[in-house]
Design a protein around this ligand. Structure first.
Ligand code: CA
Length: 424
């Protein structure tokens, strides 16, 4: 692979092999538009498209990059996405003069990432959250129901999920207000109302749907990846005490719906292709509609860093890997649609918490502190059972190649104190 004329460090998340899409607004003014990340820069695709350098027949006269969301571009198809990606890789090569030597155009088209504001890249219509890590399901099941009944009888046969809330999905960097709600402690006979005391994160990844399917049709598992525009990091903020009291019999509701954060850069399947691996081997025979013929997972390193208000520097509290997921994204899509449910462009399907088999790979505080029984010692001597006001929590992810990384950047959020409830 050739290098770019834009300098990219070996540990950068955004080499020429990646080129993730995002939506940004220059801090010095201007409308939102689509860009790709390269090194410490963003390339403004609305400018590149208008200059005529892209030259993709399917995009003629459409201005898909001069928009405040990726949805129109996402609704096209894999062939178009691939043509754009290949063309951009050519334009950015160090030995290709066509963009490299156009200094006026370069001046207009490249922004330093620090000079732009990243926006929610997609208008998300529907959000589904799965529960695809067996280790996570086992850990939570053991805490809630005991070792014998940890895994529900359906879990190995279908990707368990629930329909989430799209309106409260926010971009990385958005402050997260500690939710108020109803909960019941073992000590009290009646439920109480107040600020969540067991505030948690969930380390997840999500896929964003490109072209959808018609109502009444389904997407076969081996065609499912053609419907994925790309992947982002997802933090499914969770109020464990609210969740524990409300979740039976219909599942999560207010314990989850107050906020979900996603990372700004959408990484394509094509960029992840060199890192394709098999997920865990199925433990029971799967029904034919869930049998995927190709490797369905990717070797993506995941990490979580926590920085409290009184901490000088952040501390890594979790290190996991996307390949731990038992159910692949393709299986999730096949299952989601098998009864005729239509997915639409911009839908977000999140994986569920990605925990591995080792203690440090547990993807939530619920698991890392075993329900608050085993607090984490922080680097300034504090302890953490749950998230505290002022904590800044950051998820990051990358694939390690030979001398380069395909990265996802990060998704971060800072915890604000709950509203005083005399005011509601
Ligand atoms: Ca979740």
């Amino acid at each position: 692979m050739n290098h770019s004329f834009i300098e990219v460090k070996t540990d950068s998340h955004f080499p020429i092999q990646n080129l993730p899409y995002g939506v940004f607004r220059p801090k010095n003014g201007g409308t939102p538009r689509v860009g790709v990340a390269i090194g410490d820069y963003v390339l403004d695709l609305s400018i590149i498209d208008a200059s005529g350098l892209l030259n993709i027949p399917e995009l003629q006269g459409k201005e898909v990059f001069k928009q405040s969301t990726l949805n129109e571009f996402m609704s096209m198809n894999r062939k178009v996405w691939s043509s754009v990606r290949t063309r951009l890789q050519t334009l950015l090569r160090s030995d290709e003069p066509i963009l490299r030597d156009q200094f006026v155009l370069r001046d207009q088209a490249f922004y330093q990432q620090k000079d732009v504001e990243m926006l929610l890249p997609v208008e998300i219509g529907d959000y589904t959250d799965f529960y695809a890590s067996k280790e996570h399901a086992m850990n939570v099941g053991m805490m809630f129901r005991g070792k014998e009944n940890a895994l529900m009888p359906n879990w190995l046969n279908l990707p368990v999920g629930y329909h989430g809330r799209a309106s409260s999905i926010v971009i990385s960097g958005t402050d997260i207000r500690r939710p108020l709600g109803q909960m019941k402690t073992p000590e009290s006979e009646t439920p109480i109302f107040g600020p969540c005391l067991r505030f948690d994160f969930e380390l997840e990844m999500g896929c964003l749907i490109g072209p959808g399917n018609k109502l009444g049709t389904s997407i076969p598992v081996d065609e499912a990846e053609d419907h994925i525009f790309g992947l982002v990091l997802v933090n499914d903020w969770s109020a464990r005490d609210i969740q524990a009291w409300e979740y039976q019999p219909l599942g999560p509701f207010l314990g989850k719906n107050f906020a979900t954060s996603i990372s700004p850069w959408v990484v394509s399947i094509e960029a992840l292709e060199p890192f394709r691996v098999n997920g865990p081997t199925p433990e029971v025979e799967q029904l034919p509609y869930l049998q995927q013929s190709r490797k369905g997972s990717f070797d993506i390193e995941l990490a979580v860093n926590l920085r409290g208000e009184n901490m000088e520097y952040p501390q890594r509290i979790c290190q996991s890997n996307f390949r731990h997921l038992y159910w692949s994204m393709a299986q999730q899509i096949a299952h989601h649609t098998v009864g005729g449910c239509n997915l639409r462009t911009g839908d977000l399907l999140a994986s569920g918490t990605i925990s591995g088999s080792t203690p440090e790979s547990r993807g939530s505080l619920l698991e890392l502190t075993w329900g608050g029984l085993e607090p984490i010692l922080m680097n300034n001597g504090e302890q953490r059972k749950w998230l505290e006001d002022g904590d800044e929590l950051t998820l990051t992810a990358w694939c390690q190649g030979n001398g380069y990384r395909i990265g996802f950047g990060e998704v971060t959020g800072c915890i604000l104190p709950a509203l005083e409830f005399s005011k509601i």
